[in-house]
Design a protein around this ligand. Structure first.
Ligand code: GLP
Length: 241
């Protein structure tokens, strides 16, 4: 594991965007795994700036998002479909047909999950996967449990995640109880992983992860310690608490 500690959120965002730009320069048809949540917003802003100011070209890039709520409309501002367009895709020259996000309204969700993993394989696998981390150690929506899913699956959100994510919804009752998420295996197959964490809220889970001595399904992010190319980028608040 490579650890990068940046002074603040701006530094972390810039560093993550720099790494993605480097990878895109190396491979213009990069397959990029993307995350939602508040953490990567600054990184998306930087990438948009690179596109606008330096012509960073997304026309050959393919993206796969990690997760989506089940039963939420794509036009709902809390859906990850909406987020991706609003925060990133509408501001760069990516082709909409090259952007994939699990469909939480698919008629056959089980089948859709299998197809999602197959599609990732068909596109050559994910080159760089960006991840945030939940306060409880979840990655994507792989929640702490006795066992974790290998492939893309439907999962029940924990009460703590529902509470944490309720800040984006009008009320806690509006937070969906289920989500589709890439599984731990789908994530681990990515060639390179960037895990981002900022702010004091993440300091406990980052401290636990950086001990680096144990993996546990109770701390899903700890499985990433087995990945051969993991870069963890944190700011000083998440690092020092
Ligand atoms: C959410 C998402 C994750 C995200 C995490 C952290 O529930 N499903 O993909 O990484 O929680 O979110 P944030 O970046 O807002 O702290």
């Amino acid at each position: 594991m490579k650890l990068i500690v940046e002074k603040d959120y701006q530094g972390l965002s810039k560093r993550a965007a720099d790494i993605i730009r480097e990878e895109m320069n190396r491979k213009p048809d990069l397959v990029l795994g993307l995350a939602t949540g508040s953490t990567p917003v600054g990184m998306y802003k930087e990438l948009i700036r690179f596109h606008k100011e330096e012509g960073l070209d997304f026309s050959k890039v393919t993206t796969f998002n990690l997760d989506e709520y089940v039963g939420i409309d794509k036009g709902n501002p809390n859906s990850y479909h909406y987020y991706m367009k609003d925060v990133f895709f509408d501001h760069i020259n990516i082709k909409p047909e090259n952007t994939y996000i699990p469909d939480g309204n698919a008629p056959d969700l089980e089948k859709h999950c299998k197809e999602y993993d197959r599609l990732i394989e068909e596109k050559g696998g994910i080159d760089v996967q960006v991840l945030g981390i939940g306060e409880n150690g979840h990655i994507a929506f792989n929640e702490p449990d006795d066992e974790l899913n290998v492939g893309t699956s439907i999962v029940k959100l924990t009460q703590s995640t529902i509470e944490v994510n309720s800040r984006f919804f009008d009320s806690i009752e509006d937070v969906p109880k289920f989500a589709i998420t890439m599984g731990i295996g789908s994530i681990m197959k990515a060639r390179k992983i960037l895990l981002l964490a900022n702010g004091i809220r993440k300091s406990n889970v980052i401290k636990e992860l950086l001990k680096g001595d144990k993996i546990s399904t109770r701390l899903p992010a700890s499985i990433l310690l087995l990945h051969p190319d993991l870069t963890v980028i944190v700011d000083e608040e998440a690092y020092n608490g």
